[in-house]
Design a protein around this ligand. Structure first.
Ligand SMILES: NC(=O)c1ccc[n+]([C@@H]2O[C@H](COP(=O)([O-])OP(=O)(O)OC[C@H]3O[C@@H](n4cnc5c(N)ncnc54)[C@H](O)[C@@H]3O)[C@@H](O)[C@H]2O)c1
Length: 319
């Protein structure tokens, strides 16, 4: 197994799940190679795996990684935090476009299955008529705005997946995760849940940088990881699947839930210091998950309340 971005939030869960499967489930253990530049990942996440004979960490980039021979590939390398990809836009495009091209080229030499972690951001800011959003929605996306480096490079990466499937028969499946969260997200990551938890831990009020009405849907990490393994094991080559929870939650509702779970803090709205913080930010996010439900019989199992409680507890706060 090759996991690019394996020291990231999602990639490291995949590495740990494989180690557990090697210990308890697989008749023939697999060897896991984790390739990561650590640009946003953390060596701590995989520290417990480094001494295992079935695990290898490669400090390198998906962009020019040459090793191959992997039977299964999960390509999770990217810069995924909105705050960080604005700071490193070219590196974000490079990981998503050149990195995806390179890893697909390795897969074209022969692999049994390839999973690409794309993003719900390929849909941009959908029209209300496209909520809940199905996989065949083509999106409403700015190609020059402050989020374009991420959204557009994820779209081009999906085009590459499709082309390598059509021209080189790479058995690629594409997952489009919708806001996956859980223990292990870096508190300085800039995504909304760790951001609000960080504020709660600091003892202050919870600050929203919008009027609280934009919505997202939040999927607990164990549910997402189960979907990723299901997709890797299925034969829906060339297909893309939404991976998310079928519940729409406003930013204000989310903040109020977190405030209640962390001791009743106040929630306020205040514009971000970054005047373009909300530019092109989607107003609504809600996946239609009929396709993955039919293909894998998959449904998220962990409720938002339960998932948030587990996440907060993991940061050492009694929820
Ligand atoms: N977590 C989510 O909610 C979510 C939602 C949609 C899409 N995704 C996608 O899932 C994937 C994993 O996301 P995550 O939440 O774990 O983010 P993350 O930032 O925690 O992990 C990404 C990892 O990729 C590594 N990386 C970046 N550029 C690299 C390169 N060129 N070569 C090798 N490694 C590189 C980073 O160091 C990091 O460890 C990303 O592709 C992301 O776009 C995540």
């Amino acid at each position: 197994m090759l996991i690019s971005g394996g020291a990231g939030f999602l990639g490291s869960y995949i590495c740990h799940a494989l180690a557990l499967a090697n210990d308890t489930l697989f008749e023939r253990p697999c060897t896991v190679s984790c390739v990561d530049t650590l640009v946003t990942g953390s060596a701590d996440r995989i520290a417990g795996l480094r001494s295992r004979p079935d695990f290898r960490f490669i400090d390198g980039s998906a962009v020019d990684f040459h090793g191959s021979g992997a039977e299964f590939i999960v390509h999770a390398a990217s810069i995924a935090s909105p705050v960080i990809y604005r700071r490193l836009p070219l590196e974000t495009v490079e990981a998503n476009v050149i990195g995806t091209w390179n890893v697909l080229r390795l897969a074209a030499q022969g692999c049994r299955s390839f999973l690409y972690l794309s993003s719900s951001e390929v849909y941009g800011d959908p029209d209300d008529a496209a909520i809940p959003t199905r996989e065949d929605y083509v999106g409403r996306v700015s190609f020059t705005g402050p989020r374009a480096c991420y959204d557009e490079s994820k779209r081009l990466a999906e085009t590459l997946c499709r082309l390598f499937f059509e021209r080189h028969a790479v058995p690629v499946k594409v997952a489009r995760p919708f806001n996956v969260y859980g223990p292990g997200l870096r508190l300085d990551d800039g995504r909304v849940i760790p951001d609000l938890i960080r504020q709660a831990l600091a003892g202050g009020e919870l600050v929203l940088h919008s009027d609280g009405t934009p919505t997202r849907s939040f999927c607990y990490v164990t549910d997402a990881i189960a979907a990723f393994f299901g997709l890797l094991a299925c034969d829906a080559d060339g297909e893309a699947f939404n991976v998310g929870a079928p519940h729409e939650v406003s930013m204000r509702e989310l903040a109020e839930k977190l405030a209640a779970l962390t001791g009743g803090r106040a929630v306020t709205s205040r514009p971000s210091e970054d005047s373009r913080y909300l530019t092109d930010s989607p107003r609504r996010r809600l996946p239609d998950i009929t396709k993955i439900q039919r293909a894998l019989d998959w449904l998220p199992l962990v409720s938002l309340d339960e998932g948030l409680s587990r996440t907060i507890r993991a940061y050492g706060v009694q929820a």
